[in-house]
Design a protein around this ligand. Structure first.
Ligand code: KG4
Ligand code: ZN
Length: 318
């Protein structure tokens, strides 16, 4: 049994995952409400909240079980907010040290990919994976459970960031992806023609799209309010189109037979519908959680007791 922790951004999460990829517990305490009034995650506020939540969340994940049932402790080491990461990393070190257990440091992006390796709907590599979240937009050639190569990335904003910034321009709450998704259902996606950036290679760019929405909202002035659903639908259509086009292009180029989609944006209903036949991360495992970290940990070498004490977190990928 693996006890996994995830605190890289604004979710305090703990999970119990078996070696076969079975989820025994998966607890996520979202801080979204706390950050919504600022329109985004405030790093210092996030760190403090993680400190308050980390022990109760671990307790809840353990439930009737105790640390006697845990064989390894896994934790997200990066990338993410450094202060937030350190709370999870220190908690994991303390637990592992107290029980003389090994510790498995996990990369957050590997975690998102590994959300596909959990029971009862585990998928096997190889596949081409679109990882779209609030912090990252990546096309990955996944060859093994812990073996992948980056084919493309965003040159500016991440897809989730584009959703969140667009939501803010439309006066919706944070995080905005789910709100836009909901509002877009009542709108006409053809109402406005937003640009789909086509940058060279297999990369993405979303900053022009965000600016186009800003100009459109300004142009509509007080009339923007009445067109919010149409704006949301058209904006979402442009993001989804950009993601789908590049993903299919990469699949064609690499000869990948299967496409998989993970990360918070993989929860988007239009994106899910736009890739029929693709392997989609289960809805509850799209946004940040610790089960995916426990899943990845099964394929990462553990650091033996007590060598992990000097382990540091890292803020950025690579
Ligand atoms: O994976 P995640 O929880 O955190 C990061 O690792 O960044 O992704 C969060 C992102 C946010 O930007 C949020 O707006 C977006 O996922 N998101 C969505 C939806 N649900 C969450 N975007 C579009 N449609 C959704 N239904
Ligand atoms: Zn994430």
């Amino acid at each position: 049994m693996i006890l996994a922790l995830e605190t890289s951004c604004d979710e305090t999460a703990a999970a119990l995952v078996g070696d076969d990829g079975e989820i025994h517990a998966n607890v996520v305490a979202s801080q979204a409400d706390l950050h919504s009034r600022y329109g985004g995650v405030v790093p210092e506020v996030a760190s403090r909240r993680h400190l308050e939540l980390v022990v109760p969340v671990i307790r809840e994940a353990l439930g009737e079980r105790s640390l006697d049932d845990v064989e390894r402790v896994a934790v997200t080491r990066g990338p993410g907010l450094i202060g937030a990461l350190l709370v999870g990393l220190q908690a994991a070190k303390a637990l592992a040290l107290a029980r003389r257990l090994p510790l498995v440091p996990v990369d957050h992006l590997h975690g998102h990919v590994a959300s596909l390796f959990l029971q009862p709907h585990a998928s096997e590599p190889p596949f081409l994976c679109l990882l779209a979240s609030g912090g990252h937009t990546l096309l990955l050639d996944v060859r093994g459970h812990a073996d992948y190569e980056v084919l493309g990335t965003t040159l500016d904003d991440a897809a989730g960031e584009a959703f969140d910034k667009g939501a803010r321009l439309l006066g919706l709450g944070y995080p905005g992806g789910a709100e836009i998704d909901r509002l877009a259902r009542d709108g006409d996606a053809d109402a406005f023609a937003f640009p789909v950036a086509r940058v060279p290679g297999l990369d993405f760019s979303f900053s022009g799209l965000k600016t186009a929405l800003l100009y459109k909202v300004r142009e509509l002035g007080p009339g923007a309010e009445a067109r919010r659903a149409d704006l949301a639908a058209s904006y979402q259509r442009a993001i989804v189109r950009a993601l789908v086009e590049r993903t299919q292009e990469s699949a064609a180029r690499t000869g990948a037979e299967r496409i998989a989609v993970v990360g918070g944006v993989a929860a988007n209903s239009e994106l899910r519908a736009a890739l029929p036949g693709a392997v989609l991360a289960p809805l509850q495992l799209c946004t940040d959680n610790a089960a995916m970290i426990g899943s990845a940990a099964r394929f990462v070498e553990a650091v033996p007791y007590p060598r992990y004490l000097g382990l540091d977190a890292y803020a950025s990928a690579g």
